[in-house]
Design a protein around this ligand. Structure first.
Ligand code: CU
Length: 111
């Protein structure tokens, strides 16, 4: 009885580890056009992309943030680990900020 419980717990851990590895791989593939939100900061604060590229912002803070570029795009409030994506179809400098904490700012340069 005891050993069966231990074995099943071990299997659960192995499955969890496999899922974590797969998630890490998926994140690495998207890292090029990803902005993380952590500790009230957009990182990187400035990013260069090409016309047609999609940028994804992911909130790693435990409070909500938004991603807003006046007249261009506006996310809903992102809870922890939520993401927002926007595809840039025109060149230009896109300043953006968090509408909940306006001192949080960033820039996407599309060329
Ligand atoms: Cu914020």
């Amino acid at each position: 009885m005891m050993s069966a419980t231990l074995r099943s717990a071990g299997l659960g851990l192995a499955v969890a580890a496999a899922i974590a590895l797969r998630l890490a791989g998926a994140q690495a593939e998207d890292a090029a056009n990803s902005v993380t939100i952590d500790n009230f900061t957009f990182a990187p604060a400035e990013m260069k992309v090409k016309v047609g590229d999609t940028v994804t912002w992911t909130n790693h803070d435990d409070i909500p943030h938004t991603v807003v570029s006046a007249g261009k795009f506006r996310s809903k409030a992102l809870d922890t680990d939520n993401s927002f994506s926007f595809t840039f179809t025109a060149a230009g400098d896109y300043k953006y900020f968090c509408s909940l904490h306006p001192h949080m700012t960033g820039m996407i340069k599309v060329e």
